[in-house]
Design a protein around this ligand. Structure first.
Ligand SMILES: Cc1cc2nc3c(=O)[nH]c(=O)nc-3n(C[C@H](O)[C@H](O)[C@H](O)COP(=O)(O)O)c2cc1C
Length: 261
């Protein structure tokens, strides 16, 4: 394995950070790497908000499903799917008048535009993860930033054609990061297909989850009364309160992206 492949293969989420600042040069390198990520049509349909106000970090702990480590991260980056800047650019470039002249149906950003902007933001985010890793910094995604849309709008002054698609906490790992084992994944044959999608059956699922089951659930200790890994994920993630809130919040945000004025 070359150094890049080794770095990718050994990466682990980090949720406990040393009380050590990250240099401005390193933060600049992380942002630079995010901005060098591929972006649809080179339009950069995302924005990155660096959250260094401790009171905002403290509030994020609560609004992102009570995750105290957010407050201790020396660097917190909020990644927005952002069509606002591009749409404002269009408007300030006189596109409304231009569309009348050219007979083009004017429109506002729609759900497809949100999807594309989300792709941009997430790809930029992952570049920043890898860049940070190469600088000895650990990171952890906060998917719960998709919850509480109205509160995050107010906290970060977010206009209608933006959506906080992910957030990243960065910092120097505490403890033996290199020695810590990576978290196992499902077996490759159930993830990587050729040419056609393969719908899985019960026997496939038994095989698919083996690496995870062997590592974490040898004793069969699942959440609550769950009797297997499927029931465990269903209870702990899919039907959990935070997931229900995420679905409500995203649905609320989607209302802005109608595609019509
Ligand atoms: C979209 C996304 C959202 C995530 N949200 C959270 C989160 O809110 N809190 C957290 O502690 N970890 C979060 N994670 C980290 C995952 O739990 C982690 O990647 C997974 O357990 C695998 O562990 P690993 O990254 O160490 O391989 C998130 C990861 C992704 C990709």
């Amino acid at each position: 394995m070359n150094e890049t492949l080794k770095l990718i293969s050994n990466r682990k989420s980090v949720r406990k950070f040393a009380d050590k600042k990250i240099s401005k040069d390193d933060i600049d390198s992380i942002i630079h790497s995010a901005m060098r990520a591929p972006t649809a049509g080179n339009q950069m349909l995302y924005s990155i908000i660096e959250v260094d106000d401790q009171s905002l970090k403290d509030r994020l702990v609560k609004t992102c499903d009570d995750q105290p480590f957010i407050a201790t991260a020396p660097l917190v980056l909020l990644f927005l799917a952002d069509y606002q800047r591009t749409y404002d650019f269009f408007i300030s470039s006189g596109v409304k008048e231009y569309s009348i002249k050219e007979g083009i149906q004017h429109r506002t950003p729609g759900v497809g535009d949100l999807m594309l902007a989300s792709c941009d933001a997430l790809i930029a985010a992952q570049n920043s993860v890898i860049a940070a890793e190469s600088l000895g910094l650990g990171s952890c995604y906060i998917g719960d930033i998709m919850e509480n849309y109205e509160i995050h709008q107010e906290m970060f002054n977010l206009p209608e054609y933006t959506f906080p698609i992910t957030m990243l906490c960065f910092g120097y790992p505490v403890g033996d990061y290199t020695g810590r084992q990576t978290v196992p994944r499902y077996l490759k044959e159930y993830i990587h297909f050729k040419n056609q999608y393969k719908r899985l059956k019960q026997a496939d699922f038994m095989e698919m989850v083996k690496p995870i089951k062997e590592k974490y659930f040898k004793s069969g200790k699942y959440t609550g009364n769950s009797e297997n890994l499927g029931q465990h994920f269903y209870t702990k993630k899919f039907t959990a309160d935070f997931t229900l809130e995420m679905n409500r919040s995203v649905q609320k945000a989607l209302d802005n992206w109608s595609g019509v004025e």
